[in-house]
Design a protein. Structure first.
Length: 131
């Protein structure tokens, strides 16, 4: 769940997802969890992973995503505050305006993309920070 966090952008709470297992997975397509990382399945060039919904402790106005891994420059990250009906793209490390009330949920989606410059996208952990 969400936990208190101190960050350079003064985010209040954070949900940090690792990929040791599929505990945080709601759905995935063309991705698999291997050796503590989310990777593309087989010969796939793209794949999408969606987190389980996380309950917000308080109303929020800002979200920030932090992604750690390798070859992630072509991959995209999105968040939803309405149980996955609508997603907003967020740039890792950049606070983004988003509005949600206490007791709403937040969901993360990572879309891994392999291209000439990012030959082996691998997501080791994903943090969703809010305030």
């Amino acid at each position: 769940g969400l936990r208190p966090s101190q960050t350079q952008n003064f985010m209040r709470d954070a949900f940090v997802m690792d990929f040791e297992d599929d505990t945080n997975t709601q759905s995935s397509s063309n991705t698999t969890i291997t050796e503590g990382s989310l990777v593309l399945s087989g010969g796939a060039n793209t794949g999408t992973w969606t987190s389980k919904d996380q309950l917000l402790n308080a109303a929020i106005t800002t979200v920030e995503v932090r992604a750690e891994g390798q070859d992630l420059d072509a991959s995209t990250f999105q968040v939803s505050v309405d149980k996955g009906n609508n997603y907003q793209t967020v740039t890792p490390g950049t606070p983004t305006s988003i509005a949600a009330s206490a007791n709403d949920t937040i969901t993360a989606r990572a879309s891994l993309l392999k291209d000439a410059d990012n030959t082996t996208p691998k997501l080791e952990n994903l943090a969703i920070m809010v305030k």
